[in-house]
Design a protein around this ligand. Structure first.
Ligand code: ZN
Length: 501
């Protein structure tokens, strides 16, 4: 126990309280806040952000951190405290570099920009969003510029905020491999797309029945309703206040059975991560997932590798058919499994199949890289988007809503986030290969017993929060560094079988 750390703790607790309050407003804004609230609420959020920053960035904390980094002090720190100091130094580096008035102005801007994006998307009108996007990019360039090291690219700084283990070089290698292996495979699959009939998916599915079935599915996966809630929003997401209050949202579409079902499995994967973080870590700077890449690995492991497998649906499929007998009584389990795995290049990332998904990420990664290297003209982003879409997916959007405006991320200034989705899929494949080795996972799924999988993930990943990074977790579980071969092999194996290639 370190006395210096004890002196630091009240500052951390107060900062955490302000961050929690800000998160709660974000949740409210995305779920039930009235449309007109944004402009006025943004003032409140701006002040909360300001106060959060003041709790952390001040002379007292600065001195305490400096002291805690001394050798003598380090000896007295527990591993958890050391991890907190390390995380705090990272946050410190990020925040201290930004003048408080700029930080507040940026937070206010993103709330208003998000509303502008909502309207622009509704009206299929990029020009309405472009002025806000330009301002956001200016801020992000400026903020990254405060922290950029000599010879480093601005975009690399942003990538590091979401996943410290993957820089531009690592991602270029990873994505080149995907382009080389997956683009030709997707073309082959697209030629055989009419061999799988999934018309059943687009019939009418009563919304209340969807809500009920998806709530059941969420609990089946292990979501604890005493420590979490489900609400509805335009874009499904997970947000946690701490490990005893984890919130997910879903979006229900009447003529699409899969959409909400696989969204709820995905978000539950995120939620289980947060719920399983150790009580001693929650509400501290390391009381959340290790990184966005690691987080996405958990949601994608559940959504795709487990959730789209036949073994998973064996104990569940009868219940699904009973819920919608008029639509599914003539659809066999095998038809359904082929349907939920059908690959077809489409325009919308969130609706994409597993095979074309990483190509959607490559489009965004390449555009973001161009934005921050100054190669992209912001007014012409829709054209750039459409040409990349044609190049990798073989199709072109007809309007901005199904092209450049489809994702919410840029309206919040989240540049550098998208690659974590693809990293997550690849990490999930690598971890799953290990799970198969250590337990009869298919038998467990067929029995409807998800506990051993959940416990494995809890004990090897979740409970550590952010005290380890992605590489350390992978090494500890698989005794191997990140290896994209597991992902490529998983995709090839699955789709070659599915389409008899
Ligand atoms: Zn996710």
């Amino acid at each position: 126990m370190s006395k210096t750390f004890d002196t630091l703790k009240p500052y951390l607790d107060k900062a955490m309280a302000f961050a929690t309050a800000r998160n709660l407003f974000e949740w409210d804004d995305q779920t039930i806040a009235p449309y007109e609230a944004a402009e006025y609420t943004s003032k409140v959020v701006g002040i909360l952000s300001d106060e959060y920053m003041k709790c952390l960035i001040n002379d007292d904390v600065r001195k305490l951190i400096k002291k805690l980094k001394e050798d003598k002090e380090q000896e007295e720190l527990t591993d958890k405290e050391k991890a907190i100091i390390k995380e705090l130094c990272k946050t410190y580096e990020q925040l201290e570099s930004i003048p408080p008035e700029e930080y507040r102005a940026f937070n206010e801007l993103t709330l208003v920009a998000n509303r502008a994006w909502t309207k622009a998307k509704k009206d299929k009108d990029y020009e309405h969003f472009a002025p806000y996007l330009k301002k956001i990019i200016e801020y992000k360039k400026k903020f990254a510029g405060y922290r950029v090291k000599k010879g480093q690219e601005l975009y690399e700084v942003l990538l590091g905020d979401f996943e410290e283990c993957f820089g531009i070089k690592d991602l270029d290698i990873f994505f080149d491999k995907i382009k080389k292996e997956i683009v030709p495979l997707l073309k082959q699959v697209a030629n055989k797309s009419d061999t799988i009939d999934k018309n059943y998916n687009f019939l009418k599915y009563d919304l209340d029945k969807q809500r009920e079935f998806n709530r059941f599915l969420c609990g089946y996966l292990g979501f604890d309703f005493n420590r979490g809630v489900i609400a509805e929003s335009a874009h499904p997401f997970t947000l946690n206040l701490h490990n005893h209050d984890v919130r997910i949202t879903n979006k229900y579409i009447e003529n699409n059975l899969e959409s909400a079902m696989f969204s709820v499995i995905h978000e539950t994967g995120h939620a289980l991560y947060e719920m399983n973080i150790d009580d001693s870590l929650t509400q501290t700077p390391v009381g959340t997932g290790a990184s966005m890449g690691m987080h996405e690995s958990q949601s994608r492991l559940y959504e795709n590798i487990i959730g789209r497998s036949k073994a998973f649906w064996i104990p569940l499929y009868d219940k699904l058919v009973e819920t919608y007998p008029e639509n599914l009584k003539n659809i066999s389990l095998d038809d359904f499994i082929r349907g939920v795995n059908k690959a077809e290049p489409g325009l919308i990332r969130t609706e994409a199949d597993e095979l074309s998904y990483p190509l959607h990420i490559i489009i965004r990664y390449e555009i973001e890289k161009m934005i921050f290297s100054g190669e992209a003209d912001i007014d012409k982003l829709p054209e750039l988007w459409n040409s990349k879409c044609q190049e990798y997916l073989g199709i072109t959007p007809e309007n901005d809503a199904e092209g450049i405006l489809q994702d919410i991320h840029w309206s919040f200034g989240e540049f550098g986030y998208f690659p974590s989705y693809a990293i997550g899929s690849a990490v999930a494949s690598q971890i799953y290969a290990k799970i198969v080795e250590v337990m009869p996972v298919e038998d467990y799924l067929k029995e409807g017993n998800l506990t051993p999988i959940r416990e494995f993930l809890r004990d090897s990943i979740h409970k550590y929060g952010a005290t380890k990074n992605t590489n350390q977790i992978l090494m500890d579980i698989t005794q191997e560094e990140f290896n994209a071969d597991y992902y490529v092999n998983y995709l090839k194996d699955k789709y070659e079988k599915l389409y008899n290639l």
